[in-house]
Ligand binder design. Structure first.
Ligand code: 13P
Length: 250
């Protein structure tokens, strides 16, 4: 039997907080979260605040992840950031394939290449997937998520399992206050785990739920057997509400 999966709670700040604001939020968060025994906690500030966040969190167990990473080591890629640059700024991980990035043009092939490049550079990669409301209403959630997970892991191998996390984030639940029910989250996260299990040890892989997670609903979502934590957007901007979600995971 595999070891129990260690929960992960990550806060995606999206395009919020300057470096100074990030420093203040991280100092507050470190004081509120304390040692966080038994769980992993991370914040994902914008690129410009990575360094400030990692300095403010030095000595705390809270990690810093970026919100995206480019697949190339370096080169003529105006506006992009490499994995080595992220590590240099103090990031230990990165999100890849968030639906807001996909809506801005990131393709399945880029997602797969970024998963590969990020892991190769020593980052923990949180690969995101999730269906739109139209897809859910059409009854195509399973097919959609299956396709996204297979595509995203098309360059991954079994050896990547410790550096890979998959977040199921239904687009209709992101920023809408319309959280998936625990049953919907469980069903989709189980599909993610089964499909990812074609490449990595599914029982060892951590699968997160994201989409309008807040202090009131976090515990019941994370109690689902295939939900190993949360990727939190809006509720992660306030250190007290994010700390309450972290407490719900522990
Ligand atoms: P909200 O928690 O604001 O719905 O955002 C979820 C999300 O997109 C996290 O990556």
């Amino acid at each position: 039997m595999s070891a129990p999966r260690r929960p992960l709670v990550a806060g995606n700040w999206k395009m919020h907080k300057t470096a100074g604001e990030a420093r203040d939020a991280c100092a507050a968060l470190a004081a509120l979260v304390g040692g966080a025994p038994g769980i992993d906690v991370a914040v994902c500030p914008p690129f410009t605040a990575l360094q400030a966040a990692s300095e403010a969190l030095a000595g705390s167990p809270i990690a810093v992840y970026a919100q995206n990473v480019h697949e190339a080591d370096q080169g003529a890629h105006t506006g992009e950031i490499s994995a080595a640059m992220l590590r240099d700024a103090g990031a230990a991980g990165a999100l890849v394939g968030h639906s807001e990035r996909r809506a801005a043009g990131d393709t399945d092939d880029q997602v797969a290449a970024r998963v590969r490049a990020g892991i190769d550079a020593g980052l923990l990669i949180v690969m995101c997937c999730g269906e739109s409301l139209d897809t859910r209403r059409a009854g195509d959630t399973q097919a959609w998520v299956t396709r996204q997970v297979r595509a995203g892991l098309s360059q991954a191998t079994a050896a990547d399992v410790d550096r890979l996390v998959i977040a199921y984030e239904p687009i209709w639940a992101i920023g809408t206050g319309e959280t998936a029910t625990p049953e919907q989250a469980q069903e989709a996260c189980a599909i993610v785990r089964a499909v990812a299990g074609e490449v990595v040890d599914g029982q060892a892989l951590r699968v997160l739920y994201g989409g309008s997670v807040n202090p009131a609903n976090a515990a019941e979502l994370m109690a689902c057997p295939d939900v190993d934590g949360a990727l939190v957007g809006g509720a992660s901007l306030d250190p007290e509400s994010f700390a309450a979600i972290v407490a719900a995971a522990s």
